[in-house]
Structure formats: structure tokens, C-alpha cells
Design a protein around this ligand. Structure first.
Ligand code: AMP
Length: 322
């Protein structure tokens, strides 16, 4: 049985792109009886960018509530907050002492972020060592990642091998599993949906706010009466990701026939989202009103995770002289 470990960022309320592109597929994978899965909210990584305690806490809750609302099974998946097992920072320190500064300087993600962000702190630079600790602390075998994270997995393998060369074997060397290209969910402007682009659909808002967001999907100025091109329409692009084949065919006919405005198409999308995610929206609201239930769910995972973490730390402490 392989142990699969995934970290999720807690940058705010997950949007439709996160849900369809990452959360639903990850939950499906975690239900595979062949695997043992670990899923943690990377709230210590968040500190590199978020310095407001309430925002950080709120983001963690919103992220956890989404995973729970979409049916993450906490019996089957170890679900925890990174910060609930602070042993990870101890391991991160050990790893940093075995890893050359010059190799950290080669990390693409640091270069990329330091070009983009205002707050370029030391945490951002040593992030690959915290990520390596996230993985090695739990004897994880497989790490599903996008191509952009591949270098970090290579660094994780590299630092583990360096430790082994000096003190003997202690870690499980993990392997990356490259995710096939995520289904790309477009936002209300047709670009990739992304919080930083301000083009997201947040399904957890009130009906009124959600409808307003959907009504603001950018469409062209073809008149209501005229036939419309569904293949280039931003509203249709999102609709087809959620609708049944029958609904898609009907929507295409409506576009082609004319007399069907973009307002109608957006209203249909709004209704489809409400219908399809009705259960998850209710559950999300329930969890956000009952934060202690989120705490309890995460605490169950944290207790189990801490046991594994302590075992791995016991193995390494002795080897390095503590
Ligand atoms: P981010 O918050 O951008 O790091 O995204 C978290 C996860 O959601 C990653 O696995 C992304 O690949 C996925 N994701 C984010 N935006 C989209 C999108 N527009 N379409 C598909 N997947 C997305």
C-alpha cells in the first residue's frame, strides 16, 4: 500500500477552478482503497505571505470546510493542519543543515516569487526545506504534483540522499507523481480562473452574490435576437464543464437559434451551479458556522500524524547526535 501525501495551500475560499481542477479529483484518488492518503493544509507556508492572524485562521477554516463539504473521508485520509504538528520545523532545520545554500539558490519557485511578491522573506527562500520536511516526516511514498512543483520533489530526494550519505538510511525516498494536466477551468473573463486575476466564481457566496458574479461573465455584444457562437462564449465554456450531454446539446441549440440572450445562458449556469452544489454549499455554511467541528476533524488527523512524525524524528535525532 502506497502512502500518498498532498499539501494544499490555504490562500482563501477555494474557487470553482480549485474545486473542479484539484479538490474533486484528489478526493476521488483518496478514496482508492489501494492507497493510504495524507492531506494537510499548508498553513505554515502561508505565513510567508499572510501576516494577519485572523486572515490566516479564516483561510484555513475556509479551506478545511471546502474539503469536508466535498466529502473528504477523515477515517480514510489523515487530514490535518501543518501547524498542528510543529515537529515539521525541527526536521526542516535538520534538513537545511544538510543542504547546500547554492542548491537552494537554484529553486525556480523562489526566483519566480521574488520577481512577483513584495514581501521576499527568508521563509520564502527556505520553503523547499519545509516542503521536504512535510514529506519526509511522514514516510510518504508518492507525492502528486503539478510540473511546477517537480523541482521541489527533486530537492526532497536530494536532501534525503545527502542525509543518508552522512548518517545512514533514515528516510523513505519519495517519488513525484506528475498530475496529468489539470482540467483548466476558465474564469469570468475566459482566462484561467485564479484568485490573483480577480476572475473567480465563488460558489459559497449567497445566491444573490453568486448570481451577480455569474452575470458579470464577459460576453460580446451580439443582440438578443441574433444567433450566437457558443464555442467562443465564456459562459458556455463554464457551463459545459458542469452540464450533462443533453443540457449541453440544448444550450448549443439555443445559441444557434437566436432569440436567446447571454442573460438567459448565465441564468441557466447560475441555476446549474446552485443545483449541482446545493449539498456542498449547505455543508460548507454549516461548517463555517460550527468551526469547532472543523477543529475536531483536523485534530483527529493531527494526533495520528504526530505519532508518525515522532517516530521519524526519533530515527533521525539519534543519528545526528541528539
Ligand atoms: P492555487 O491556489 O492556484 O495554488 O491552486 C490550488 C490547486 O487548484 C492546484 O492544484 C491548481 O492546479 C488548481 N487550480 C487552480 N486554479 C485552477 C483552474 N482555473 N483550473 C483548474 N485547476 C485550478
Amino acid at each position: 500500500m502506497a502512502r500518498i501525501l498532498t499539501g494544499v495551500q490555504s490562500t482563501g475560499t477555494p474557487h470553482l477552478g480549485n474545486i473542479l481542477g484539484a479538490i474533486i479529483p484528489a478526493i476521488e484518488m483518496s478514496n482508492d482503497p489501494e492507497n493510504e492518503s495524507y492531506l494537510f493544509i499548508a498553513d505554515m507556508h502561508s505565513l510567508t505571505q499572510i501576516k494577519d492572524a485572523n486572515t490566516l485562521r479564516q483561510n484555513t477554516y475556509a479551506t478545511a470546510a471546502t474539503w469536508l463539504a466535498f466529502g473528504l473521508n477523515i477515517e480514510k485520509t489523515l487530514f490535518y493542519k501543518q501547524s498542528s504538528v510543529p515537529q515539521v520545523t525541527e526536521l526542516s532545520w535538520y534538513l537545511s543543515c544538510f543542504f547546500p545554500f547554492s542548491r537552494l539558490e537554484l529553486a525556480h519557485s523562489f526566483k519566480d516569487k521574488s520577481d512577483r511578491l513584495e514581501d521576499i522573506n527568508g521563509g520564502l527562500f527556505t520553503y523547499p526545506m519545509l516542503m521536504a520536511a512535510d514529506i519526509l516526516l511522514y514516510d510518504a511514498d508518492i507525492i502528486p504534483v503539478g510540473k511546477d512543483q517537480l523541482q521541489h520533489i527533486e530537492m526532497t530526494r536530494d536532501v534525503a540522499s545527502r542525509v543518508h550519505a552522512k548518517v545512514g538510511d533514515v528516510f523513505v525516498i519519495p517519488e513525484a507523481k506528475i498530475q496529468k494536466d489539470n482540467m483548466l477551468i476558465p474564469g469570468i473573463d475566459g482566462q484561467k480562473m485564479s484568485k490573483s486575476k480577480g476572475n473567480v466564481i465563488d460558489i459559497f457566496q449567497t445566491d444573490k452574490a453568486l448570481r451577480k458574479q455569474i452575470m458579470s461573465i464577459q460576453t460580446d455584444s451580439t443582440s438578443l435576437e441574433a444567433p450566437k457562437e457558443w464555442s467562443s462564449c465564456n459562459s458556455f465554456a463554464i457551463y459545459k464543464l458542469l452540464a450533462s450531454d443533453y443540457q449541453i446539446a440544448e444550450m448549443k441549440r439555443n445559441y444557434e437559434a437566436g432569440g436567446y440572450g447571454y442573460g438567459h445562458a448565465k441564468q441557466a449556469l447560475f441555476e446549474l451551479i446552485c443545483e449541482q452544489f446545493s449539498e456542498q454549499r449547505k455543508l460548507y455554511a454549516y461548517y463555517m458556522d460550527n468551526l469547532e467541528e472543523i477543529d475536531q476533524a483536523l485534530e483527529i488527523g493531527a494526533k495520528k500524524a504526530a505519532k508518525v512524525a515522532n517516530g521519524v524524528l526519533d530515527r533521525i535525532r539519534g543519528k545526528i547526535g541528539y
